[in-house]
Ligand binder design. Structure first.
Ligand code: SF4
Length: 287
């Protein structure tokens, strides 16, 4: 573990984490919403620093990134925890249902260790993915800085729930982003995901402003985020930033706490047609 960046002390020994828009107020011996940042003796610690649960080699298209070095493989690193609680989460065993102190399978791998792996095998890309990388900010940052110095490109696969100050500290060291835009309805973010949409939009805008490669993913869930007008507003929004933003429309399969029909292909096709009216590059996923 490592002392966390981005927090302040408040009254009665409580700490305010400023890493993401949850801005948790954390009492002694408690963690924030993400479950991996704990107040220990008046200091906030990132519990999963150096603690990946997974280091896998994936095709870069699996992130998904279709317009960023297609055909390459990418070393993908993830830990535990998430700052949202999406009721349809497909990675809930590592994002929600865990206890960091007893979780089996946490490895100890330093940033230098990840770099050595890349050098040994000639890997040219590293992704921060599987769980939400914002909640392992310090680990991601240290790996990304080392990668930059060695010419290895980095990718952040994120829900975009990161406050502006940490994002600005990180952004120069990340080459490409895939950001989940789960809906264009603030109520969906609030009720289904336990978060808010504005920070994700702000993150997308900051990435565009910094000319970083950006692809956006939307998991289309029948009966939950399939309002066509809202989706059209989302496409207009993305197109107003850059018509070349790549949009991945993914079919959803029921998981975790939410029951729904597997996204019908017909629905994906009609959303695809709508998106193509506004964006140059739209792909269907999980088909
Ligand atoms: S990173 Fe975790 S502890 Fe910090 S504000 Fe977000 S959810 Fe809360």
């Amino acid at each position: 573990m490592k002392e966390a960046s981005f927090y302040i002390a408040e009254n009665n020994g409580k700490l305010r984490c400023l890493l993401c828009p949850q801005n948790c107020l954390i009492s002694e011996n408690k963690t924030g919403v993400c479950g991996v940042r704990e107040n220990i003796d008046g200091k906030l610690y990132a519990l999963t620093y150096l603690k990946p649960v997974a280091i896998h080699l994936d095709p870069i298209e699996k992130k998904p990134l279709y317009h960023f070095h297609p055909g390459e493989v990418i070393l993908s690193v993830g830990t535990l925890g998430c700052n949202l609680d999406c009721k349809f989460c497909q990675n809930h065993s590592i994002s929600q249902d865990f206890d960091v102190s007893s979780f089996q399978g946490l490895k100890e791998v330093s940033p230098e260790g990840i770099l050595d792996l890349c050098k040994q095998h000639g890997y040219k890309f590293v992704a921060f993915t599987y769980n939400e990388p914002s909640v392992f900010f310090e680990y991601m940052f240290d790996v990304a800085v080392l990668c930059r110095a060695e010419g290895i490109k980095t990718v952040m696969v994120s829900n975009g729930q990161i406050n502006e100050e940490p994002l600005l500290m990180l952004i120069d060291y990340i080459d490409a982003f895939n950001i989940d835009l789960k809906s264009f309805n603030p109520d969906f973010y609030k009720k289904i995901c336990g978060g808010e949409i504005e920070t994700t939009k702000q993150t997308i805008e900051t990435i565009v402003k910094h000319n970083k490669h950006l692809e956006v993913t939307m998991l289309l869930i029948k009966g939950a985020n399939d309002n066509k007008e809202e989706f059209e507003d989302m496409c207009k929004y993305l197109s107003s930033l850059d018509k070349n933003i790549v949009l991945h429309l993914s079919r959803a399969f029921p998981d975790y706490k939410m029951e729904f029909e597997i996204t019908p292909i017909k629905l994906i096709n009609s959303f695809y047609d709508k998106a193509k009216q506004y964006l140059n590059f739209v792909y269907k996923g999980n088909i």
